[in-house]
Ligand binder design. Structure first.
Ligand SMILES: [Zn+2]
Ligand SMILES: [Zn+2]
Length: 197
């Protein structure tokens, strides 16, 4: 793990943010506890090696951890019985607010957890990923970790975000300002001089 996930700081999912997501506007929102990611796989442990079961998720607002709520949480995982345990393979994703580094506007960012993980059974005390003796497999910790890792270092509201005018603060995505670009962008000024020669 290259980034210190315990120190990762993300903005919280606010009512304003949720209202900005069209598909949630009409939904009465209640937060679903992370328990939906704690799967009872006891039935799978009784199956033969190679037996597989798909699990779908669709949750309007899911608390994955104390520090991570995800809106429109969705996706599916395949759980396959293998000799050493249960192999989990799938993709889970959802929306989380972010602030654009160029224009400082809040926008909805999709975080993804691409899971490919073997959960040992019987559980080995030294293993971080294991099915409990009672037959439960908890996907919340790995989903949190992978989603935090999928957060881009430089969040952009869109690839071609024009940013803010450093002079007057106008959001250039909403239109140009009256400042003279020569005054504020020395690189263009140099280019212009070269072209004039
Ligand atoms: Zn932006
Ligand atoms: Zn300006």
């Amino acid at each position: 793990m290259t980034r210190d996930l315990e120190n990762a700081i993300l903005p919280t999912v606010s009512p304003v943010f949720l209202a900005s997501l069209d598909y949630l506007r009409e939904t009465i929102l209640y937060k679903t506890r992370r328990d939906v990611l704690r799967l009872n796989v006891g039935f799978l442990l009784k199956e033969n090696v190679g037996y597989s079961r798909k699990m779908d998720f669709e949750v309007p607002l899911l608390e994955i951890a104390d520090d991570l709520d995800i809106a429109n949480f969705r996706g599916a995982v395949n759980l396959t019985r293998t000799q050493p345990g249960i192999y989990v393979h799938g993709r889970l994703k959802g929306e989380h607010p972010a602030e654009c580094v160029r224009c400082l506007t809040e926008f909805s960012q999709t975080l993804t957890a691409e899971i490919k993980q073997l959960y040992d059974f019987p559980p080995d005390p030294s293993s971080e990923f294991a099915v409990s003796e009672a037959g439960f497999l908890n996907l919340a910790p790995i989903t949190r970790e992978l989603m935090l890792l999928s957060v881009p270092m430089r969040a952009l509201c869109r690839a071609d975000c024009k940013g803010l005018c450093p002079n007057c603060g106008q959001n250039w995505n909403e239109g140009p300002c009256d400042c003279k670009t020569e005054d504020i962008n020395p690189q263009f000024a140099v280019l212009k001089n070269l072209l004039n020669k």
